[in-house]
Ligand binder design. Structure first.
Ligand code: HEM
Length: 520
């Protein structure tokens, strides 16, 4: 038998096998009352409706507007439930949270990049996840710990201000610099210092997240996963990236282990996150923390702490550029609060009420994780009379919910005033029409960590500079196209012209008065 015949027989066998699986599944599904969804093709289900969609969140919103806020999609062999209303989100994240708090931890991304689902974000729901989550919320991401890193944030953001000042009057790629600043902060917080090789780590994490943001075809056909993974380029690419990430993290862990002055650091309260995790390695846990566990958690801090916060800052600046009056109002708030001090630090951030409302509005219109992190239900269950098969993948479209005119007045308008008038609308998982950080047991534990990053960066950008668009682009014409991924950023970098505020005395008569009154 030649190779061609062998391949033909093998492929036919596989197609028959998948068909057989699907027929069995369909005969059970037919008896059940699944949520409504578009018509399904044999073998692929609804995959064809999503293929080529670069904006998955938008495609899903458009389908949901036809089939409803609880929609069923069959992608290959896997049932997907798409949630697009606050009521349905509440059902998943509150009423039936215990059943829906698992993650699809067997996907290619989770297995390769998160050390077989050992990160907090992809761990299966159970004792191991509970142990890690406790370490996160009680040790790594507490307000006290976040406070202890204040000097790092202030130093890194000051570096950014310096770099921008040097480009005064010329075009500056703000997107690049904001991203490198948030990663720089995350690196110093996690590792204690900047390692020369951390660049490889950061670029590899970013690339892996980009691949992980899409669905790998092998994840949709678990029964022939091994074969599909062998044929897929994603597996080899993710393995290559994982090897690089793993090497850097292991070197950093070994370096920490070999340091002699850990005790001093602990006493001074200047431990970094690797120090804290290594300390826990010596404790008697039900699931001892191995080096791989530590590496998986550190990755969580980067994927959580890097691109998400920088995306919020980037979108906020873009929205303010589009509305110069709003930017002026935000600038005058920051300059009033810090005016007498003459520089921006974290001590007065709580006074920036308008800026906080602007950030909330950005999180509503541009949630950095638009479909949250997928969940999985452990048991079959019912929602509003519909059957949800066990192990369905649940996608909650936070982006669509935040833009739904049923719940938001002038839903598509960027209007921070809505939060000024109603400051109590919170993003902490209790208002289900506003869930940029998710909700329930799997809600993001990094809000306290992300908030000062975003506020300090924005306050500095507003305090020190006025901003103009280059090439005579009109403010209202700034392109706002999104790039879907694990963190949703702008498709095109935000490039602006900074004008040093101290130089632009012409616009600020009070500064002239100050200068005139200053004794020579
Ligand atoms: C603006 C910034 C951020 C946004 C918008 C964001 C958003 C999210 C979302 C939507 C989830 C999934 C929640 C769910 O399934 O209900 C999540 C989970 C998570 N986030 Fe964040 N996040 C941000 C910052 C951070 C930071 C700074 C960290 C850590 C330093 C972090 C660590 C995590 C972890 C560990 C999880 C997994 C939680 C679990 O599965 O138990 N995030 N985040």
């Amino acid at each position: 038998m030649d190779l061609q015949n062998l391949l033909f027989i093998l492929t036919s066998f596989l197609i028959l096998f998948v068909l057989f699986n699907l027929v069995i599944k369909k005969s059970t599904c037919n008896k059940t009352n699944l949520p409504p969804g578009p018509w399904k093709l044999p073998l692929i289900g609804n995959i064809h409706q999503l293929v080529g969609s670069s904006q998955l969140h938008e495609t899903l919103r458009n389908l949901a507007s036809k089939y409803g806020p609880l929609m069923h999609l069959q992608l290959g062999e896997v049932s997907h439930i798409i949630v697009s209303s606050p009521e349905m989100a509440q059902e998943i994240m509150k009423i039936q949270d215990l059943n829906f708090c698992d993650r699809p931890h067997e996907t290619l991304f989770a297995r390769i990049i998160t050390y077989n689902g050992r990160s907090v974000s992809y761990a299966a729901y159970g004792d191991y996840w509970r142990q890690l989550r406790k370490i996160c919320t009680m040790e790594l991401l507490t307000t006290k710990r976040v406070q202890s890193f204040r000097h790092i944030r202030e130093a890194e953001v000051s570096e950014l201000v310096k770099a921008i000042s040097q480009s005064q009057g010329s075009i500056f790629n703000l997107s690049h610099k904001i991203l490198s600043t948030t990663y720089g902060i995350a690196a110093r917080i996690a590792f204690g210092k900047k390692y020369s090789y951390q660049k490889v780590f950061i670029s590899s994490i970013a690339e892996a997240s980009q691949i992980g943001g899409g669905n790998c075809i092998a994840d949709l056909y678990p029964s022939i996963r091994v074969l599909l993974e062998m044929m897929s380029r994603n597996k080899a690419k993710l393995e290559e990236l994982h090897t690089k990430i793993d090497k850097v993290l292991q070197d950093i862990i070994d370096d920490h282990r070999n340091r002699k002055d850990d005790k001093c650091k602990e006493e001074e309260g200047s431990e970094d996150l690797v120090d804290v995790l290594l300390k826990f390695q010596q404790k008697d846990f039900e699931y001892p923390l191995t080096d791989d566990n530590i590496k998986a958690v550190i990755q969580d801090m980067f994927t959580g702490g890097g691109k998400t916060s920088s995306a919020v800052v980037e979108w906020t600046m873009a929205e303010m550029i589009k509305k110069p009056k709003m930017m002026e109002r935000a600038q005058s708030e920051v300059r009033r609060v810090y005016g007498s001090k003459g520089y921006v630090d974290e001590s007065e951030l709580h006074q920036l009420i308008y800026l906080k409302c602007i950030i909330k509005e950005t999180l509503r219109l541009h949630p950095p994780v638009p479909l949250l992190i997928p969940r999985q239900n452990r048991e079959p269950c019912q929602i509003k009379g519909y059957q949800i098969p066990a192990n369905s993948r649940i996608m909650i479209n936070a982006w669509a919910i935040g833009r739904d005119p049923t719940y938001w007045v002038d839903a598509m308008e960027f209007k921070p005033e809505r939060f000024v008038d109603n400051y109590s609308i919170e993003n902490r998982g209790t208002n289900f029409e506003f869930i940029p950080f998710g909700g329930g047991r799997r809600m993001c534990p990094g809000i306290a960590f992300a908030t000062p990053n975003m506020e300090l960066l924005l306050a500095q950008l507003l305090y020190h500079f006025d901003w103009k668009l280059p090439n005579e682009i009109k403010n209202e014409e700034l392109d706002m196209t999104e790039l879907f991924g694990m963190a949703m950023t702008r498709r095109n970098d935000l490039c602006l012209i900074p004008i040093n505020y101290a130089c632009s005395t012409y616009h600020h008569p009070c500064l002239i008065v100050c200068l005139l009154l200053t004794p020579l």
